[in-house]
Design a protein around this ligand. Structure first.
Ligand SMILES: [Zn+2]
Length: 77
């Protein structure tokens, strides 16, 4: 994401752009997960994160929320 420029309003991003940015920003703390956007319709997007086999996030051993919130933070900044 670019540097915030003073006095310049940020361009409104489309839901598709936001979904793509989130997919790119998501990083699993335990594996090299890949997130894809399979559909964007209106303001709804379908995102699918595929973790590597054996990733503890798959079994709920680790909490995915910190990685999710970190990705949202990267998209929002
Ligand atoms: Zn993972």
């Amino acid at each position: 994401m670019g540097r915030e420029k003073p006095n310049k309003p940020r361009r409104q991003r489309s839901p598709a752009e936001i979904a793509a940015a989130y997919a790119s920003a998501y990083r699993c703390s335990d594996c090299h997960a890949v997130t894809t956007v399979s559909a964007v319709e209106g303001r709804t997007a379908v995102l699918d994160t595929v973790h590597e086999p054996g990733c503890p996030a798959l079994d709920g051993v680790t909490d995915m929320w910190p990685d999710t919130l970190a990705a949202i933070g990267r998209v929002a900044s």
